[in-house]
Design a protein around this ligand. Structure first.
Ligand SMILES: [Zn+2]
Length: 409
């Protein structure tokens, strides 16, 4: 049996003393990160080479005795891990830089930025002796911290590698990285297609309605926005109004995240194969109304969660090429409707007379695609034994007609 790494995040229930200790740790991590960034930049300017996290940690230990004695009040892990994060941030930056030079990446390069308190207290990571109880977690220096949700963190059978404590809007969270045994898949059956209108349509007919949390709360958000702009800049009242607005946004975000997590978990646990269409998202973002719909569904996040959860539960994700005309092809006879637009919610077949929900029709086509690709996988003799971390299969572009698919399998 193979092992895998998995993170569990849950909310902490801290008392004042613990909050103070948490703030100190987050502050130390932030300080070390910013200090390390400056040191790296200086050294690079001077010598064309920048010190590693290990070099910086050694240097920081010397500083603790002279310049920053307050840092000995916190676990040595907090600054140490922050310096590691800094190294990772630079590694990501250079990777993106290389991709961009090669023309394979168009986004922002993301040069590491200084951490500022204005964006929140941030987080810190601890390693070493970490003990998980059903209702608490014991961390170095911080001691035993109570958890708001009982029994979520794996208290036994998992090897704890690290714990990251973070703060968002007055709430404190811990994310625990554990190494545990890979679960064996117990799923069977079909396939899901992510649609714009609904969060997801299952090909067996089960339908998930798209949660319009943002729309529901839009009025309230607008009101809170107005409340902020009416208050004088820099005033206490404006600060309070800003905080209320932030809390409302956070609530919406949490609800959306929760719906997505519940859905992706359920799919990953119950389906052996999930096919999603690789729609041209950036192309669609040009259309304003669609952009809002995609933003709300959290398309990329949906795919990301499905991919890693499928890996946990031993399932498989197939990303169908966006030119595969799954929504334009009749799932019953293969007739193609080239005139179908995104606005048409119903597919009407002119050949066999099938009238079917657009998303459901697409899901059924993608299910056929999954069947044929399962065969071709077996033919390669590969299967999951290769142990790729991500169960994503990229299919070659297929234009149309399920018949051609069966022949190629
Ligand atoms: Zn038909």
């Amino acid at each position: 049996m193979s092992t895998m790494r998995r993170a569990y995040k849950t909310e902490l229930d801290l008392h004042n003393e613990q909050i103070t200790a948490g703030k100190k740790h987050a502050g130390a991590a932030r300080w070390a990160y910013n200090w390390g960034l400056t040191r790296k930049q200086e050294a690079y300017k001077a010598a064309g080479k920048s010190p590693s996290a290990i070099d910086l940690h050694r240097e920081l230990n010397a500083l603790k005795r002279t310049d920053v004695p307050w840092m000995s009040e916190v676990s040595k892990c907090a600054p140490q891990e922050a310096l590691r994060n800094l190294d990772a941030a630079f590694a990501h930056f250079f990777r993106r830089y290389q991709l961009k030079t090669a023309g394979e990446f168009k986004g922002k390069l993301g040069y590491p930025q200084r951490k500022t308190r204005k964006k929140g207290l941030g987080s810190f990571r601890l390693t070493g002796s970490i003990v998980v109880f059903p209702d608490a977690i014991q961390l170095p220096r911080l001691g035993r911290l109570r958890l708001k949700e009982r029994g979520y963190l794996p208290a036994s059978g998992a090897n704890v590698l690290s714990a990251t404590v973070s703060e968002h809007g007055g709430h404190w969270y811990v994310s625990v990285l554990v190494e545990q045994e890979q679960a064996t898949p117990e799923q069977s059956g079909p396939v899901v297609d992510l649609g714009l209108k609904r969060l997801a349509t299952l090909s067996d007919g089960g339908i998930e309605e798209n949660p319009h949390h943002l729309k529901q709360h839009l009025r309230r958000l607008q009101r809170l926005h107005r409340a902020v702009t009416r208050k004088q800049k820099g005033s206490r009242n404006r600060q309070k109004a800003t905080r209320r607005l932030g809390a409302q946004y956070r609530q919406v975000a949490n609800q959306r995240a929760n719906t997505l997590h519940q859905l992706t978990s359920r799919l990953a646990k119950t389906k052996s194969v999930v096919v999603i269409e690789d729609l041209n998202v950036s192309g669609m973002l040009k259309s304003h109304r669609l952009a809002q719909a995609i933003g709300e569904v959290g398309w990329g996040e949906f795919r990301r969660q499905l991919a890693y959860k499928a890996a946990w539960y031993g399932g498989r994700i197939i990303v169908a090429d966006r030119w595969f005309g799954s929504s334009k092809t009749c799932s019953q006879c293969g007739w193609g409707d080239e005139t179908l637009t995104l606005a048409d919610r119903t597919f009407r077949c002119q050949a066999c007379g099938l009238v079917i929900d657009r998303d459901l029709n697409a899901a059924k086509n993608l299910e056929k695609l999954a069947d044929s690709s399962a065969d071709s996988q077996n033919a390669c003799g590969g299967g999951s034994a290769g142990g790729g971390r991500r169960a994503v299969v990229k299919l070659p572009p297929v234009k149309q007609e399920p018949n051609t698919l069966d022949a190629s399998a």
